[in-house]
Design a protein. Structure first.
Ligand code: G
Ligand code: G
Ligand code: MN
Ligand code: NA
Length: 253
């Protein structure tokens, strides 16, 4: 049985599950968002992280179906929490290049929003810098998503190909600083300078900025000093199974 075949089977059998990592406003500590992160409940190997199967799903093209499932499940779950009268925060979903390149992404997003009944204001899509390299395509696409009411975040910011010209023109709302810069913030002055510069630049462009991979209070202090808007990381919470989320939504933390 090839892994690719197994992936297909898993999709049919419903063996994938989403975990949700909380995102917090730094100034208040309030819960302001959740990132949906896929896991594979493998019948023999247990819970597998995305690093073990997303690359293969991308290579095989299965990422399009898998990505549709992720978006659908994230929207369904968010809408279900809202229907249960829990406070609602936006859900962010990671997009792969293969999903971004397909012709009918916009239609799929609209379909999923219609089907689940989720207000588009509660959906955020994370793309990477490399997806914006085809500027004409990306700009047209992102403008249509923005018109629907869906927000766009640049994920892993700083690790890809970025041009300030793109940043200026693309209809995005937030930059997510890659965790490789956050990791050594307290020891490496270069990383500290890069993080400070990304935050300042984002704000000058009227973009929000979130730091991921925040693990220590020293990192938190630095990000706070530089007025980073939001944070996500093990210091607060790791990605959590869905059943852990209602208590967090209720307390707002
Ligand atoms: O959850 P974890 O830290 O193991 O995730 C590792 C990587 O897998 C992250 O970079 C994340 O962006 C990616 N990933 C997680 N869930 C999804 C998903 O639903 N779609 C895509 N394309 N990537 C995902
Ligand atoms: O690239 P992306 O932003 O999608 O990656 C999210 C991934 O980062 C998740 O798989 C999550 O498990 C991981 N992650 C989240 N917080 C931390 C953290 O504080 N430290 C580390 N090392 N990884 C984290
Ligand atoms: Mn992400
Ligand atoms: Na990232």
């Amino acid at each position: 049985l090839t892994l690719q075949h197994e992936l297909r089977q898993a999709l049919l059998r419903g063996d994938f599950v989403l975990h949700y990592q909380p995102q917090y406003r730094l100034s208040s500590g309030a819960l302001v968002g959740l990132e949906a992160l896929i896991r594979w409940r493998h019948p023999e190997r247990g819970l597998l992280p995305p690093g073990l199967f997303i690359p293969l799903a991308e290579e095989s093209g299965l990422i399009v179906q898998l990505g549709d499932w992720v978006m659908q499940e994230a929207c369904r779950q968010t809408q279900a929490w809202q229907q249960a009268d829990l406070p609602t925060v936006p859900i962010s979903v990671n997009l792969s290049m293969g999903q971004f390149q397909r012709q009918n992404l916009i239609e799929r997003v609209e379909e999923i929003l219609n089907k689940t009944g989720l207000d588009p204001a509660y959906l955020e899509l994370e793309i990477t810098e490399s997806m914006t390299m085809d500027v004409v395509h990306a700009t047209a696409y992102l403008q249509r998503l923005k018109a629907i009411g869906v927000a766009i975040i640049i994920d892993d910011f700083g690790t890809g190909y970025s041009s300030f010209n793109y940043l200026k023109n693309l209809p995005i709302s937030k930059l997510k600083i890659d965790r490789s810069f956050v990791r050594d913030l307290s020891q490496d002055p270069n990383d500290a300078a890069i993080v400070a510069a990304i935050i300042a630049m984002a704000h000058n462009l009227n973009l929000e900025v979130i730091a991921e991979g925040v693990e220590t209070s020293a990192q938190l202090d630095f990000l706070s000093l530089h007025r980073c808007d939001e944070i996500q990381g093990f210091l607060y919470n790791p990605p959590l199974p869905a059943e852990r989320i209602p208590e967090l939504l209720e307390t707002g933390r």
